[in-house]
Write a new protein. Sequence first.
Length: 427
Amino acid sequence: MRGEHSISRPLVRRTANLSALRYRMIAFLAVLGPGFITANVDNDPGGILTYSLAGAKFGYLLLWTLIPTTIALIVVQEMAARMGAVTGKGLSDLIREEFGLRATFFTMAILSLADFGNIASEFAGLASGMAILHVSKFIAVPIGAALVWIVVVRGRYKPVERLLILFSLIYFTYPISAFLAKPDWKLALHDTLVPQWSNDPAYLVAIVGLIGTTITPWMQFYLQASIVEKGVDQRHYALSRWDVILGCIVTDVIAFFIVVACAATIHKSGHGDVNDVGEAALALRPFAGQFASLLFAVGLINASLLSAAILPLATAYNICEGLGFESGIEKRFSEAPLFYWLYTLLIVCGAGFVLAPGLPLLKVILFSQVLNGILLPFVLFYMLVLINRKRIMQEFTNNVWQNAIAWSTAVVMIALTAGMIWTTIRG
């Protein structure tokens, strides 16, 4: 009998540990979504073009920037998610309540203009990706816009979120493309871990582009709003934090493989100029094969559709929260009419802009980057002030180390953004 007890106790402990692990996995899957989706949407056509250009022009030399980029992204995204979980309010809501309607209106006006340029660029990316498959933009863009609208407007939060997570997984076509390109993995690992420097002015501009465009204002507003709509609160936040961290790591791992794929093919061939994100996919074909090129194009099309769904959604959330109107895809059209009409208008205008002949799409995209740059310091300031107010955050305010990292991140991001604006205006 004594022997049976000695055998059964470890077995009981092991069973209990497995049950606890299973419970934590189920709980994590329940909160998975907002952080993972938001971070992955950051790899939109503009981001893919930036990474493609970095790899095509400088090879593996800029891979080291992805480490500080990931840290900065985690710090800021974690704050946005924590505020949503603790307060149960979106960032626009909190800015309106704590800073007044004037500050909210200024923020929303600039954010909406910047987002419109970004939305247009998402549909331009869709057109570019489908052109590789020999599909006209006059067919691809309207169908893509209609598909995105139907999924979001006619769907409910949980099914839509599951679909967006599935779309996020398609980004893993980029690692496959990178492996098919047969890169120098030893050199890529070295340049990732050991910072490289160059006196070439274009090298500094590329660093500003890679790091300075990682944290964009819309991401913080959308993440906090989706945390609230999903119903994540203080009890679930410890697991939700891992959703944020996982999303930030995955998005920059994908960025790593995009840089590697273009470094191993376009840069190695001596052709470092990529003028359009679709060109990067086509440029892989002679070096990595038809399949690698096709996978790169599929990744671009997926990124365009995912971003075209999320960015108008983020803008609609921001405006409705800031003005105090009902918002959320869990609500029906009749319950949140302004929210859905704004979403519809942004999709129609963004898609229509790409289809209109002779319109300066590139200038609009550059202008939206400048507006993002102007707004970013304000958003970071709002977030850092709000998250340190005990009246709002209770015991969930930043500690000393979190503040040190967050303020350092804010200063660096503001400096990089200022550099980005300066180089954009000068260019």
